[in-house]
Every structure is written in structure tokens, then in C-alpha cells.
Design a binder for this molecule. Structure first.
Ligand code: IVH
Length: 717
């Protein structure tokens, strides 16, 4: 794929590429998560996501509803049972300029062949920046609630939805027998600030914005957590309805109000483009005082019979559009440039700004991407900002859109102070003083200090204890920072193994953790117990935790499945190394490594480089003295009624989560797949199962219920 640099893309090219990337990444996600059959390496996949993000950062107003950057965390969805939406949950097309709105209305009029004097009523309402939810009522009682998911299948969050005060458990008035109400779950600014304040005090997770807080709160496995979060809901759309209570959009929303829902007071109907645009400006002007985040205005054809005639184009209705607010910009002064050193040693410049409010949020830092960006040079060497560089003291234009990191767009040269000097990007790591080098063709300069670099060490430790790595309860970023900073030999944690020697070191010393502020006897005891709990850990977690470049969770799993034991993997990593320290094509170990599905030369080289480094071997050996990575269970080794079989779970599972079902099946030696094909041996179907069940029946594959599954494998549900 020949790629144009992000800096040289035109707006139209950027929009087209974002669309392509969204589709491509979604395809990879599906193949990886649902079909268990990825077709690219982690590194290539990450590169796609990075490019998507880079384009979005340059054109924040082009961020798509189905953007992969918004779908972060969507992978966790396996935790919940799934619900197939009988009526798919669609997305909206975007309009950015007034002309796009004129176009939209023109298209509708042409499609409906309306004469010039015939008005068409169109509603305008705020586009709430939360997450959409579909709630199904049967005979007036809430039966299921599901997130949007991919639009076809969402997550079953029924128990959580029941805890939201704005969502009635029982409908009022003259409701239809079956009614699926759709709308947005969101959090108000005030509740968001209060939640973050409380969480900060308790040392818990801080959310980046109200939307993340709302999504994080709704998608909790523990319903009591959702119940403790101040979530709200606006009803604005519907799925399946057995008897329509109205024949217009306005009428439907009014009916939702009568049934007991909250609806947005700013919704109004208009007969002209001017009317729509005036409502857009009114809502935009109100934006800062609404008390919740909105990111545009949605226009919808009011009459439902006309909506029906207009229909859909691919995944969005022809009868609706989202008119997005422009990215917000402000001018301020660049007071300094700091360099942050990441886990992999990347030096990232961060702009320190005189505080400025951009779209209601005070911004004090912004990203400067890399040293070329500061110099006015784009990714493929072409000038950006007409070659203007950025200097400390400059007046700069800052842009913020949604939850994208604020960025510096441009400098105001006329305001450059006399004597401002071009910025000299450091060639020594600011954290450890080692050389920082930029490899041929790379935009990033990296510290060569490895683990002797404190910045890398602390970032690696943070990674080591993170949720998908060792995940030690009570040992979060704050605590790691504390132990790392501590100069007391009984408390200092400088490398992973030190975590596991904490307790014995404590016992042999006078310093006691329980006497240190913020710990106390109970939490110290719990922490040591949690650490001991992790002395045996899955091979793939262990490997992921090491933080080797290019070894994310997926690649860690691939390597674990192939080598079965960490020992075998380590031996291979060492053997694949040739005298000159890099992998060689002639070496059998190297060939085996690069032949693993999804593992390419880049990953293999990262493995070889890791084990070639004396210091890394010491870190691993010290860790192995404390921790035992468990051998990956051989698929098919276990004998059970389902071993060696390919199983598909579909529909809503009621007794186990999707994650549990998968883990259980795999433990029993089955292979779990996300799609039904001729290779499938068994389909376990729960309520709401749709196309997969149909395919299975057509192919004559055995289909059983969740209860029958438990009977078959001889375990109680
Ligand atoms: S209507 C068929 N109305 O925007 C169209 N959507 O891009 C159904 N959203 O996933 C959606 N406020 O999460 C509609 N007033 C509103 C909205 C709204 C926010 C979100 C919703 C949806 C996305 C569509």
C-alpha cells in the first residue's frame, strides 16, 4: 500500500481514508475477535490504528461515528452476553458546513419529488455525546437492554440499565405490547466532575471525559458499580415496535415522554433550511451552559411515512444527518516544551501552554508529535504550516476536538518574540542521559538506556502490573510510582522481580509498609496476598507483561500457543539470534519463529533483540526465580466430550458470560469460533440467536441450548 503522509492529505482524501481505515480495522477486529483468524501482524494492525489516529488528530472534525478510535474497549464486549438487534442500530452521516445541510435537504426533496412550494418538515435536536442504548419492553416491562455494539449485535447490559433512574422499569400510559426505545446514556458535567473527584480521592480510575465515564459505568460486570454512577438517558429513537403510537418523529418522542422517558427539550421541527440552521446556532450557543456534552445537531425528516420512502444508504438513513460542531480552537502562548520518555524509550515533545479555555475545557498541555513536527516538517519530509517552526515563547493556535489530545496547529509569526530561538530537540535522554537516537526512516527518537533509564523502568513497571499483564490488585500506577521512588532498600521496586521480594525484604527490615501513609495494616496484608497470588501466571500474560516491543496481547498469545512453555520460547529467542545479534534467515529457530501465523520479521527481530540484551536476560531470570509462567494448555490434549470440536456460541447466554463460555470450552479442549461454517461441529444457541443459528440449521450442524451444553460437558450451570 503506497501511503501519502498524513500531513499532505487534503480534507477529502482524509475523509476517504478514514472511511477506508474504519472498514479495514473493523474487518481485522472481526477476524481477530470473532473468527479467531487474524490476517495481519499486531505491528501492522497497530500501524493502521496509529495512522487512523494521526489523521483524526489533524482533522478532528472528520472523526467518524464508527471510528476505530472510538471503539477502544469494544473488545471487552466478550465479557457480556450478546443481543442481536432485530432492527439494526444505524449510524448517521455527517454534515460539517451549512452547504452540506442545504445539500441534504435538496437530496430529500429530489428523492421525494417534492414541488417547490411543498414544504417538508425536518426536526433538529442536540446530538448527545454519550453511548447509545436499546431498551426492549414487553407488555410494558423492561426485558433487555443492549449497547449498540457493531450495530447488529450489542452487549447485554440489562441489569445495569435497570439501575438508571431516567429509564423506567415499567412503562406508563398506552404503550404498545412490544417497544424498543433507543437513546443516549450520558453523564452530566457536574456528575462527571464529582465522580472523578471521588475516584481521585480513593485512588481509583480517573475518566478522560463524560462519555468515557458513561461508557465505563454502563459496561460494568458488577451492577452495583453502575448503580453508584450518576447515569442519565435521553430517548430519541426506536427499534421494534408492535403498534406505532404516532406517525411523526415529534409524535414518537412525545409518546416516549408519556411512557415515562426523559426527552430532550431542545428538539423542534422546521420547514426550511434556514430554520434548521437557526436552531443549530441556538444549540451551539447554548452548548457551554447545557450541562452535558453534545457534539452537533441531528436533523431528521419528521413524517415517518417519508422516512420509510427515503430508506437507507449502506448503514445510515437517507432521512437523517448529524451536523457536527467545528473543532474548537484558541490562541495562547507556548511557555515551554517538555520531553516525555515512554516505556519503549520514545521521546515525545509536550507543549506547556499558558492555560486557555478551549470549548469549555482548560488546556495546559498539547501534543507536538515529534521533532520534525516542531521544525515544520511532515512525515515524508514535506513542509507543513508552510515550513513554519514552533518556538518557546510563540503565540500558538491550539485545537481540541472531543477527547482527542489537544494539538498545536500553527504559530502566529507576527507575534514571535525577538530573540526566540529554534527549538533544539535533545539528543540525550532527559531521564537518564543516555544517547537518544533516531533510526533511519523513523520519526521518533528513542533513548538507548533500556532498563537503566528510570523513565522507561517506571513505565515498564506500570505496564507490568497493568490489567492485561500481571494485574495485581492494590498495585496500580500510584503505588508503583511510590515504590519506584522510594530509596529505602526494603521498599524500592526498580524491576519486576522486586515486586515479589517486597514482603521478605519488609520482614527483614524495620520499615513496615503498614506504617506508611496510604497503606495501613489491612491494605499491606492484602497487597502481599495479591502479589503471592500471581506467583503462578499464564505464559501469555507473563510474556505480554515483559513489554517487549511489538508484543501486544495478541502476539503474546500467538507465541504462547506455539511454544507452549516460556522456557521453550526463551530458548528459541536466544537460538534465533546469530553472532551479529540479529535474526538470520538461515537459522532454524528463526525460521520457526517467523513461520508462526501472524508473527513477521519485525516481531521476530524484537524478540531476538530482547534476548540479545544482557540486562533483559537478567531481569527475566530474576523474575523467573520468583514467578512461574504456566504452560499454555495444549488445545486438544484434554479428553472431554467436546475436545477437538469447533464450537460457536450465539445468542444471549444466560448462565455464563461470553468470556467464561470461551474459556470453559477451550479448557475442555474445544476450539471456539465466532462464525459458523462447514468446519463447525456444535452451535450453542441462546435466546435471540439470529443468522448464525440459521446458517447452522442450513448446514445441518448440531445446535444445543446453554443448559444442554452444561449437561453435555457434565458441569452444573
Ligand atoms: S438518531 C438511525 N439522534 O449518534 C439514526 N442519534 O451516528 C439513529 N446520537 O449511535 C440515531 N444523539 O449514539 C440520533 N439525538 C440523536 C442522537 C444520536 C446522539 C448518537 C447515537 C448514534 C449516533 C449516530
Amino acid at each position: 500500500m503506497s501511503e501519502k503522509s498524513v500531513d499532505s492529505l487534503s480534507e477529502a482524501e482524509a475523509a476517504a481514508e478514514l472511511a477506508r481505515l474504519a472498514e479495514e480495522i473493523a474487518g481485522h477486529d472481526r477476524r481477530y475477535h470473532a473468527e479467531d483468524a487474524p490476517t495481519i501482524s499486531d505491528a501492522d494492525y497497530d500501524a493502521l490504528r496509529r495512522r487512523n489516529l494521526a489523521i483524526e488528530q489533524r482533522f478532528p472534525h472528520l472523526v467518524r461515528e464508527d471510528s476505530p478510535s472510538k471503539a477502544v474497549g469494544a473488545a471487552v464486549s466478550e465479557k457480556f452476553g450478546k443481543v442481536t438487534h432485530v432492527v439494526p442500530m444505524l449510524s448517521l452521516d455527517n454534515a460539517f458546513a451549512d452547504e452540506d445541510v442545504t445539500e441534504f435537504v435538496g437530496r430529500i426533496r429530489r428523492f421525494l419529488r417534492l414541488a417547490a412550494h411543498e414544504p417538508v418538515a425536518i426536526t433538529a435536536e442536540p446530538k448527545i455525546d454519550g453511548l447509545s442504548l436499546s431498551i426492549r419492553y414487553e407488555n410494558g416491562r423492561l426485558v433487555t437492554a443492549a449497547t449498540r455494539g457493531d450495530g447488529q449485535v450489542g452487549e447485554n447490559v440489562t441489569a445495569n440499565a435497570r439501575t438508571i433512574a431516567d429509564i423506567p422499569n415499567v412503562l406508563h400510559g398506552d404503550f404498545p405490547e412490544v417497544l424498543e426505545v433507543r437513546g443516549e446514556v450520558y453523564m452530566s458535567h457536574a456528575d462527571f466532575a464529582e465522580l472523578n473527584r471521588r475516584n481521585d480521592e480513593a485512588g481509583k480510575q480517573i475518566f478522560a471525559n463524560p462519555r468515557n465515564a458513561a461508557a465505563g459505568s454502563l459496561r460494568q460486570l458488577d451492577t452495583s458499580i453502575t448503580a453508584s454512577r450518576p447515569l442519565r438517558f435521553f430517548a430519541y429513537a426506536w427499534g421494534e415496535v408492535s403498534r406505532m403510537p404516532a406517525d411523526t418523529q415529534m409524535g414518537m418522542v412525545a409518546a416516549f415522554g408519556r411512557f415515562g422517558f426523559k426527552t430532550n427539550p431542545l428538539m423542534k421541527s422546521f420547514d426550511s433550511v434556514e430554520g434548521l440552521l437557526s436552531q443549530y446556532r441556538l444549540i451551539e450557543a447554548d452548548r457551554a451552559t447545557l450541562g452535558y456534552d453534545i457534539d452537533g445537531v441531528v436533523y431528521k425528516v419528521d413524517r415517518l411515512d417519508l422516512q420509510q420512502r427515503l430508506g437507507f444508504v449502506s448503514r445510515s438513513p437517507r432521512w437523517a444527518i448529524a451536523h457536527k460542531f467545528p473543532a474548537e480552537k484558541a490562541t495562547t502562548i507556548l511557555t515551554g516544551i517538555d520531553i516525555q520518555v515512554g516505556r519503549t524509550g520514545a521521546l515525545t515533545p509536550v507543549a506547556r501552554l499558558q492555560p486557555v479555555t478551549v470549548g469549555g475545557v482548560v488546556v495546559t498541555n498539547a501534543t507536538l508529535h515529534n521533532e520534525d513536527y516542531i521544525r515544520g516538517i511532515g512525515n515524508s519530509g514535506q513542509p507543513i504550516r508552510d515550513g513554519r517552526d514552533i518556538r518557546v515563547g510563540d503565540t500558538v493556535i491550539v485545537q481540541r476536538a472531543g477527547d482527542v489530545i489537544p494539538q498545536i496547529l500553527d504559530v502566529v509569526l507576527e507575534k514571535r518574540p525577538m530573540g526566540a530561538q529554534p527549538y533544539q530537540f535533545p539528543t540525550l535522554c532527559p531521564a537518564c542521559g543516555s544517547h537518544a537516537v533516531r533510526e533511519e526512516g523513523e520519526a521518533v527518537r528513542r533513548c538507548t538506556g533500556g532498563l537503566i533509564c528510570p523513565a522507561q523502568a517506571v513505565e515498564r513497571l506500570r505496564h507490568f502490573v497493568s490489567r492485561n499483564a500481571f494485574d495485581i490488585e492494590g498495585l496500580g500506577e500510584k503505588q508503583i510510582e511510590f515504590f519506584f521512588q522510594s530509596r529505602d532498600p526494603a521498599l524500592h521496586v526498580g524491576s519486576p522481580a522486586d515486586i515479589f521480594t517486597l514482603k521478605p525484604r519488609q520482614e527483614a527490615s524495620l520499615t513496615k509498609l503498614e506504617n506508611i501513609e496510604g497503606f495501613g495494616a489491612t491494605s499491606a496484608r492484602k497487597l502481599f496476598a495479591a502479589i503471592d497470588d500471581r506467583r503462578k501466571v499464564e505464559f501469555s500474560r507473563f510474556l505480554f507483561a515483559l513489554g517487549i516491543r511489538h508484543i501486544g496481547e495478541t502476539n503474546a498469545k500467538r507465541l504462547a500457543r506455539h511454544y507452549i512453555s516460556f522456557e521453550a520460547f526463551q530458548q528459541a529467542g536466544v537460538a534465533a539470534q546469530m553472532p551479529e545479534g540479529k535474526g538470520d534467515k538461515g537459522n532454524a529457530a528463526w525460521q520457526e519463529l517467523t513461520a508462526i501465523n501472524g508473527i513477521g520479521g519485525t516481531v521476530a527481530e524484537a524478540v531476538v533483540e530482547f534476548f540479545a540484551e544482557e540486562h533483559n536476560r537478567q531481569v527475566v531470570d530474576a523474575l523467573l526465580a520468583e514467578v512461574t509462567p504456566l504452560d499454555e494448555e495444549r488445545i486438544g490434549d484434554v479428553s472431554s466430550p467436546v475436545s477437538g470440536k469447533t464450537v460457536v456460541f450465539t445468542g444471549a447466554l444466560e448462565k455464563m458470560s461470553r468470556d467464561e463460555a470461551k474459556a470453559m470450552a477451550e479448557k475442555l479442549g474445544a476450539k471456539v469460533s465466532g462464525s459458523v461454517s462447514k468446519k463447525t461441529d456444535l452451535v450453542v444457541a441462546g435466546p435471540g440467536a439470529g443468522s448464525k443459528l440459521k446458517t447452522a440449521t442450513e448446514l445441518g450442524i448440531e445446535v444445543i441450548t446453554e443448559d444442554q451444553w452444561f449437561e453435555r460437558v457434565g458441569q452444573a450451570g
